[in-house]
Design a protein around this ligand. Structure first.
Ligand SMILES: Cc1cc2nc3c(=O)[nH]c(=O)nc-3n(C[C@H](O)[C@H](O)[C@H](O)COP(=O)(O)O)c2cc1C
Length: 145
């Protein structure tokens, strides 16, 4: 099974989690937001996240249609996944694809009610929204449980 593990990370915890999660069957892809990473991007990003709105991301240099499973990992911002991850879900061509989202929050939080409608709008099949905290370890097997 070919797995794409696409992630956005602001301060590095989601990135570190994904790098540990990566196996041979898994391709890692980092989502990059347009503009300078900093306080302003985080501040405005929270308002976008509140509205489940995307931010501008650099062109997606991977073809999600070539994968059996797409995992999208993101920090939680204002109770939602980050706008860069929302943009990826909208733009990556996930119609009909099996998708798992890893929502990496600072505290105990269930991002599922926010994330599922975003996937639904993109036409993706949501297999799971896995909630974790501060980049805590997760295994590929746990993700699709
Ligand atoms: C702009 C911003 C908003 C955040 N909002 C939340 C939140 O609503 N709930 C929460 O539990 N954590 C929140 N956090 C904490 C991050 O989700 C958490 O630290 C995460 O592990 C960071 O991942 P990263 O290092 O990959 O960016 C927020 C962090 C930032 C920078």
């Amino acid at each position: 099974m070919k797995v794409l593990l696409a992630f956005y990370s602001f301060s590095g915890k989601t990135k570190a989690l994904c790098e540990r999660l990566k196996t041979e069957e898994c391709d890692l892809y980092e989502i990059h937001e347009v503009g300078k990473k900093g306080a302003w991007q985080a501040f405005t990003g929270c308002f976008k996240a509140l509205r489940s709105a995307p931010s501008k991301i650099l062109p997606i240099l991977t073809d999600a249609r070539a994968y059996d499973l797409i995992i999208v990992a993101s920090p939680v911002w204002a109770g939602n996944i980050a706008p860069a991850a929302i943009a990826f879900i909208k733009e990556a061509g996930l119609e009909g694809k099996n998708v798992v989202v890893i929502a990496n929050a600072g505290g105990e939080y269930d991002a599922s009610p926010k994330v599922r409608p975003i996937l639904e709008k993109a036409g993706a099949k949501c297999l799971n929204v896995y909630n974790t905290q501060n980049g805590a370890d997760v295994s590929l097997a746990e993700l699709s449980e």
